[in-house]
Design a protein around this ligand. Structure first.
Ligand SMILES: [Fe+2]
Ligand SMILES: [Fe+2]
Length: 475
């Protein structure tokens, strides 16, 4: 079970060859996927050999192998964690019953929607990041970008497998549509707004992989609890791959900060103009990028009150983060939860039924988790002896969904007038000048062991290779 069969056209650990109809359907989808990769995948990367990890097993110890491969020859496939003998539904109205190996008719539409929404984000991020290779700050970073891109492609496969296997003709149509929508496309955009935004520069990329891939982690964790066992098993394996994406984000921002504080100490200044002259990204700009990516990402959890969230939970489709570790009845009827809204020019808390607030519960768990990295970034600044602290903005800041949508609230959580918002927003969110400045730093540095001026080298290479290893061969 844990070993992956690589002798077939589509690598898999689900005995694909025993289901000829499914195998044929997926083999027909495969060339469309490759066409999509050629059209929408990393620009100008066709001839490169990239030092990539490929899953060879789903055993957490030693699941991957590394080697130089052309990305379009990457062995994308279908890998599920092994099933758990006798697994039972552990939350919602059907608690205690056997998990489902097939889709119950009454939950079919909701499950399809959940899988399509998750599946849509995977190729979307590849599309958002497709130009970044042209401005990589190092060969090491270029390799990490490509690793994330091929794995998001693999995550698409994970969702497409479920659609093809369990949803018949509708599933196949949805799988085709996942390759037809495109990030930012006016006529046929991706489903979620954050995945239609541009990822224009590498600071945005690092912020995206720290904050937005972490949203992916929380969604996948909630789906890994699902009563629909194949969904639980496939998302568990996706989480194994996901950890590296957030590492790239956290360490990327950390290295950016390291370089900035080094130059601040060298020049003995915190003057933004002087630091920009020296070609590094000043800390207030980094704070504004945090504010932007944090607020856009927490919108992805959806409206703070949602009857869909209640339905998904009660029917066992989607659990909470770490559902199994919580000490309550896992049914949640009669429980309440606090959400925020603006009343009389002030932020107020109100109690609502917890089942309806499960998006907010997941958002709050996400917020706690994402603050950890910000604290680790602060340690870099502190170590350099610089009195500056980065922080997560208030969760009501710059929101576009739910009861806080469109409210004018500062990063400190103060409700302000439209005039004050307009006057101050340049201090809170990246301005056009900030973005143009960051863009101006994006040259291409790809000689082994060399790094762009605005970022420090990593402490270690990938898979114990040296930092100056030839991670990408350009041929
Ligand atoms: Fe993903
Ligand atoms: Fe990811």
């Amino acid at each position: 079970m844990s070993v992956i069969n690589y002798s077939e056209k589509i690598p898999n650990n689900v005995n694909l060859s025993e289901d000829r109809t499914l195998q044929r359907a997926l083999e027909q989808w495969q060339p469309n996927f490759i066409n999509w990769w050629d059209d929408m995948g990393p620009e100008g990367s066709t001839d490169m050999d990239v030092y990539l990890r490929t899953a060879v097993s789903v055993d957490p110890q030693g699941w991957a192998q590394f080697g130089h491969v052309k990305m379009r020859d990457y062995r994308w496939g279908v890998f599920l964690n092994p099933g758990e003998e006798g697994r039972r539904i552990h939350f919602g109205d059907n608690i205690g019953e056997k998990v489902w190996q097939d889709v119950p008719g009454e939950h079919r539409a909701n499950l399809r929607r959940i899988i399509v929404t998750q599946g849509d984000t995977e190729p979307a991020s590849v599309e958002q990041q497709r130009h970044l290779g042209l401005t990589a700050p190092s060969m090491y970073d270029l390799r990490n970008l490509f690793q994330i891109n091929v794995e998001e492609g693999r995550h698409l496969w994970a969702m497409v497998y479920l659609l093809h296997k369990y949803f018949g003709k509708d599933g196949r149509e949805e799988a085709d549509a996942l390759l037809q929508r495109n990030s930012g496309n006016e006529d046929n955009p991706r489903i979620l707004q954050a995945f239609n935004e541009k990822t224009p520069d590498w600071l945005s990329f690092f912020m995206f992989t720290y904050f937005t891939d972490r949203d992916g982690k929380f969604q996948l964790c909630a789906l890994a609890e699902s009563a629909f066992d194949p969904l639980a098993r496939t998302t568990k394996f996706m989480l194994t791959e996901e950890a590296h994406h957030m590492f790239v984000g956290e360490s990327g921002v950390s290295r950016t900060i390291q370089r900035t504080v080094d130059v601040m100490n060298e020049l003995k200044t915190d003057d933004v103009a002087k630091l920009r002259e020296a070609g590094v990204i000043d800390l207030p700009t980094i704070q504004r990028y945090i504010n932007f990516h944090f607020s856009v990402t927490i919108d992805l959890f959806g409206a703070d009150e949602s009857s869909n969230a209640a339905t998904f939970y009660s029917s066992g489709l989607k659990g909470r983060y770490e559902e199994g570790k919580r000490a309550d009845d896992h049914v949640l009827k009669g429980n309440s939860y606090k959400i925020l809204s603006v009343e009389g020019g002030k932020l107020v808390e109100k109690e609502v039924p917890m089942l309806n607030a499960l998006n907010e519960v997941l958002r709050d768990d996400y917020i706690n988790d994402s603050k950890g990295g910000i604290e680790r970034w602060n340690r870099v600044i502190e170590k350099a002896g610089i009195p500056f602290k980065l922080k997560a903005p208030h969760k009501a800041f710059h929101r576009n969904i739910g009861s806080l949508s469109g409210a004018k609230i500062t990063p400190d959580g103060e409700v302000v007038t439209d005039e004050k918002w307009m006057a101050k927003v340049g201090e809170w969110l990246p301005s056009n000048e900030d973005r143009a400045y960051v863009a101006s730093l994006m040259g291409r540095v790809v000689e082994p062991g060399k790094f762009a001026n605005w970022i420090s080298p990593p402490v270690m290479g990938i898979n114990r290779q040296p930092v100056n290893f030839d991670y990408v061969r350009f041929n």
